[in-house]
Design a protein around this ligand. Structure first.
Ligand code: AP5
Ligand code: MG
Length: 217
């Protein structure tokens, strides 16, 4: 069983690494951002609520976010592990997660923090395109798909996220520094935190994360 959290500022490469790690370890990829974007596409009640926050770069309220994670982690496919991408990102979310993982008896083993400097985050976010169908991330200069505007994984069309603009990114970074970064200390104290340089080549970084997991499994 492998249970892990991927943390880091917007554009650090959480989604990029998550896609690869869940394939290697055959565990579900639980991205709260992807779940909200799915709900927005479906125009569900959750989607209508989430859109009000996400498009401007604000965090969706904790009670809403905690409830969708609680429901998701209770599903059968999480019995052999899970990878959380972008959750928790506030102290109340981390506390809620402690309760949830106790209930399901599958505590978090690894908190992987991926970091990069702000200039690189801005470069990545401004050039990012994502698959409309499976949300795989690409970059217009440095991580191009094999065929322009077509996802390598599923053949879906590539789009730009509504919150990948300068204004919303500034708001997202602000929330990261104020609400999410303090969580690093929270997980450092519990001995679960492992930090990595997200500006490295993505395959080098993937190998480093996998070595850590395999040495401590
Ligand atoms: P979310 O979807 O989680 O977005 P985010 O945290 O802002 O992170 P990103 O997805 O933008 O970045 P990433 O780290 O995944 O980078 P990626 O791998 O794509 O959340 C969106 C919104 O949903 C939030 O703002 C909030 O409103 C809401 N939300 C979500 N979770 C919530 C929660 N828990 N509570 C409340 N609200 C919540 O890579 C970025 C780019 O860099 C790509 O172009 C990629 O190709 C490139 N790249 C990646 N790695 C490398 C590398 N090693 N070298 C070169 N390029 C690279
Ligand atoms: Mg992401």
């Amino acid at each position: 069983m492998i249970t892990m959290i991927l943390m880091g500022p917007p554009g650090a490469g959480k989604g990029t690494q998550a896609k690869r790690l869940v394939n290697k370890y055959d565990i579900p990829h639980i991205s709260t951002g992807d779940m909200f974007r799915e709900a927005i596409k479906e125009r569900s009640e959750l989607g209508i609520l989430a859109k009000r926050y996400i498009d401007d770069g604000h965090l969706v309220p904790d009670d809403v976010t905690n409830a969708i994670v609680r429901e998701r982690l209770a599903k059968d496919d999480c019995q052999h592990g899970y990878l959380l991408d972008g959750f928790p990102r506030t102290i109340p979310q981390a506390m809620a997660l402690e309760g949830i993982t106790k209930e399901i008896n599958r505590p978090v083993q690894f908190v992987i923090n991926i970091d990069a400097d702000e200039k690189e985050l801005i470069r990545r976010i401004s050039g990012r395109r994502v698959c409309k169908v499976c949300s795989t991330p690409y970059h217009i200069d440095t991580m191009k798909p094999k065929v322009e505007n077509v996802c390598d994984v599923c053949g879906g069309p590539l789009i730009q996220r509504a919150d990948d603009n300068e204004e919303a990114l500034r708001v997202r970074l602000g929330h990261y520094y104020e609400q999410t970064r303090p969580l690093l200390d929270f997980y450092k104290k519990s001995g679960l935190l492992h930090s990595f340089d997200g500006t490295q080549d993505l395959n080098v970084l993937l190998k480093q994360i996998m070595s850590l997991v395999e040495e401590n499994e």
